[in-house]
Design a protein. Structure first.
Length: 65
């Protein structure tokens, strides 16, 4: 499994939803497999809000690309 797939898997299985932006960012910061630059970008790009699942997190991030 590639690094990107591992990071997506982390959003799917290691974040308890619903989750606030802060909870998602914290979970990603605690992921030892996450790339530091990716985690920093995500922390800056993810809008405030409550996310009901990983699809909502990914949609919010895709809107920032």
């Amino acid at each position: 499994m590639g690094k990107f797939a591992e990071e997506l898997g982390h959003l799917k299985s290691h974040v308890t939803y619903p989750a606030s932006r802060a909870q998602v960012v914290e979970a990603c910061n605690n992921n030892m497999h996450a790339d530091k630059d990716d985690a920093e970008w995500m922390a800056k790009a993810l809008p405030e809000g409550t996310y009901r699942g990983p699809n909502e997190v990914l949609t919010a991030l895709l809107n920032k690309v």
